[in-house]
Each structure stands twice: as structure tokens, then as C-alpha cells.
Write a protein that binds this ligand. Structure first.
Ligand SMILES: *Cc1c(COP(=O)(O)O)cnc(C)c1O
Length: 374
């Protein structure tokens, strides 16, 4: 049987190969590799795409979050509310500032942070909340912004998985005080290496992040704050400009694939992604839930279908966060045990999606699994 990869970047890049080559040659021939015209152009183009005033290119998504927290003055003694169900980077950005992550459980339908639980997690030390638009589906931002406004805390979106997604018609990345995104190659808008960006309408935060990414400097050899070296280089910016022109088409294809999966799996006894009315997700991942997750994953692997678990261990159970082992966060632990991300790539064919859907429903129906934990 033909194998189905989880994400095929070689195939995805094939149709834009010549444009990527041209971008490479343009940068090599310019002799300018850091903080130049490609970055400036990409920042303007991506800010416009995300419907915000400022885009500041940085080294990666984790740095985008970290620099933003620093720009808002978050430091030791402060608390930042984070989802218990997220990629570790959301938490790492907080601990890198010397602040404490305060986990909040997800809504079990959307797997995104539950806005109703945020108020209870707020203390006099809370400075910010970082909602994550997990799997490319926006978190429920209106109630999050409302509770944050009531308590005077900052809302920083983690939009790493949601480039192009909309919430009530507005783009992810434009929904809080500021946002961080990632151009890790596997993201919806991925570079050919690492990259990230900060998005905001706030002039002074934009200026702070510009200093922080460049040794605390905006005028050469004048340093206003103790900054970092975290920049999006010219080559990656040039590649990203090419890929940005394809992003809407790719996201539209992801929507089609998600619809096809949902149809194929509708009658199978598994939990499918649910899309609230406010959300236009971009399907960074298509995540199903089943108690037979491990057996299903193994079965698919054996027949050549690659799947991934996002994420197998929640941050509070990681070895690096031993201080959190006493926390009871049962929903994120259930999700870690039951979620499975199916192959999702704009270049997947209809036949490939059909094959994956078919293999999963036969497996579930025929119960060719050992009932885990039963
Ligand atoms: C990928 C990702 C990040 C981190 O981005 P990097 O560029 O890999 O540092 C942060 N948050 C979420 C939700 C992500 O998926």
C-alpha cells in the first residue's frame, strides 16, 4: 500500500519551487542577510494579512512570546495564565521571564482554554493571559478579553497554529493586546528554517520588541535595554513572502480536507473536532479523540499512515516542571491520552484522505483492537 505522510513539505513546495529559488538568488545577490529590505517587506505584508498595524519578525515562536512578555514588563513574582493543554513553548516563555505559569483547563469540546475558568485563576500577581488558538481554531476571545479587561491584565494570543484563522470575522493575531506566531516549517505559514513574529496595534510595544530582538537597540551601538539577538533573517523573510501568497489557497485546501475527514468518520465511534459558530479554523491539525488511540495509531503506522500526538505529555507532567506535579488538571491528561492528529497537508490528495478515513472507520468498526485499560 502507498504510504501517507503526516505532512509532505517537499510536495507542498513543488509548485512554488521556482519562486523560492528566485527569492534565494535575490538575497544572495543582494549581499544583505540580516535586518534588510526582505524583512521590512514581509513585515508589512504579514501585518496587512493579519489586519494589525505592526509585525516584528523574530527568531522563532517561543522568542516572540518571550519578547512580548518582557515588553509588557512581566518578570519574577508575576503570574501568567496559560492553557494546561498546549505546546510547552507557551509555558516556557513565561518561565524564561522568571514568572509563574498558572494553568487553566480547556473546554473539552474545543480543547482550547475555557474562558469561564479564567476568573478563578486570577490573583493580585496576575499580569497576563496567553490564550492559544490550538490546532488552528481560535479560542473564544470575547469572554477572555472581557475578564482580562475587568482585572486589568494583558491578553497575548499564541497564534502559532492559526495563521489566517478568523474569530467572528477577525483574524487571529489581531484579537488581543498583542500576538505571537511561529514560522516553524510545519506551521500553516512555515519558513525553510526557524522564524517567528510579534503582531500588535500598540506602537510602544512594537518599539520595545524591536529593541529587544536586536540587543536592546534601534540605533546602531546605542543600547536602551538589555536585549537579545532574535531576528528573522533576510532569506527566511524572502521565502515567507513567497509562501504568504499561497497561504489562503493552502488554508482553503485544509478546510476541504477537514470536511472530507469529518464526513468519512461521521459514523465511526470517535470524537471529531467541533467548530463553534464564532470560529473559522485553518486546520493546522485535524485532531480526533478515541479511547483506542494507542492501538489505532499503531495500526495506522503498520499500514503506512503517519499520525502524531499533540501532545502526549501535558506541560505540568513534564520533567522540567516538577513544581507542578501536585496540580490536578484531569482534562488535559485525558486529552493527552486520547487525542490523535491525522495526516494534514494542503498537498494531500482526495484519495489519500479517503484512504485514511476508510482505514480508521474499518479499524473502529471491526474493533480490531485490544480495549485499552478496559
Ligand atoms: C510551534 C508553537 C510554538 C513555538 O514556536 P517555535 O517557532 O517552534 O518556537 C508556540 N506555541 C505553539 C502553540 C506552537 O504550536
Amino acid at each position: 500500500m502507498k504510504s501517507v505522510p503526516f505532512l509532505d513539505l517537499v510536495r507542498l513546495h513543488q509548485p512554488i519551487r521556482e519562486q523560492l529559488d528566485a527569492a534565494y538568488h535575490r538575497v544572495v545577490d543582494s549581499g544583505w542577510f540580516i535586518m534588510g529590505p526582505e524583512l521590512e517587506a514581509f513585515e508589512a505584508e504579514f501585518a496587512q494579512y493579519c489586519e494589525v498595524k505592526h509585525c516584528i519578525g523574530v527568531g522563532n515562536g517561543l522568542e516572540a512570546l518571550h519578547l512580548l512578555l518582557r515588553a509588557y514588563g512581566v518578570g519574577p513574582g508575576d503570574e501568567v495564565i496559560v492553557p494546561s493543554n498546549t505546546f510547552i513553548a507557551t509555558w516556557l516563555a513565561v518561565t524564561q521571564c522568571g514568572a509563574t505559569p498558572v494553568p487553566v483547563e480547556p473546554n473539552i469540546d474545543t480543547h482550547n482554554i475555557d474562558p469561564a475558568l479564567i476568573a478563578n485563576a486570577i490573583t493580585s500577581r496576575t499580569r497576563a493571559v496567553i490564550p492559544v488558538h490550538l490546532y488552528g481554531q481560535p479560542a473564544d476571545m470575547d469572554p477572555i478579553n472581557a475578564v482580562a479587561a475587568k482585572h486589568g491584565i494583558v491578553v497575548i494570543e499564541d497564534a502559532a497554529q492559526a495563521q489566517g484563522a478568523r474569530y467572528k470575522g477577525r483574524r487571529a493575531g489581531s484579537l488581543g493586546h498583542a500576538a505571537a506566531t511561529s514560522f516553524y516549517p510545519g506551521k500553516n505559514l512555515g519558513a525553510l528554517g526557524d522564524g517567528g513574529a510579534v503582531l500588535t496595534n500598540d506602537d510602544s510595544i512594537a518599539e520595545k520588541v524591536k529593541q529587544l530582538r536586536n540587543y536592546g537597540s534601534t540605533v546602531k551601538y546605542q543600547h536602551y535595554i538589555t536585549g537579545y539577538n532574535s531576528r528573522l533573517d533576510e532569506l527566511q523573510a524572502a521565502f515567507l513572502r513567497v509562501k504568504l501568497t499561497a497561504l489562503d489557497d493552502w488554508n482553503a485546501r485544509r478546510v476541504e480536507i477537514a470536511a472530507q475527514y469529518s464526513k468519512l468518520l461521521a459514523s465511526a465511534n470517535i470524537d471529531l473536532p467541533r467548530v463553534p459558530e464564532y470560529a473559522e479554523p485553518v486546520w493546522h491539525l485535524f485532531v480526533i479523540r478515541t479511547k483506542q488511540r494507542n492501538a489505532l495509531k499503531l495500526h495506522l503506522e503498520q499500514i503506512g499512515v503517519s499520525t502524531v500526538i499533540h501532545y502526549p505529555i501535558p506541560p505540568h507532567r513534564q520533567a522540567c516542571y516538577q513544581g507542578f506535579e501536585g496540580y490536578s488538571l484531569p482534562l488535559s491528561e485525558i486529552l493527552a491520552a486520547e487525542v490523535l492528529s491525522l495526516p494534514m497537508s494542503p498537498s494531500m490528495t482526495t484519495e489519500e484522505v479517503e484512504l485514511v478515513g476508510h482505514k480508521i472507520s474499518t479499524f473502529i468498526e471491526k474493533k480490531i483492537y485490544v480495549n485499552e485499560g478496559a
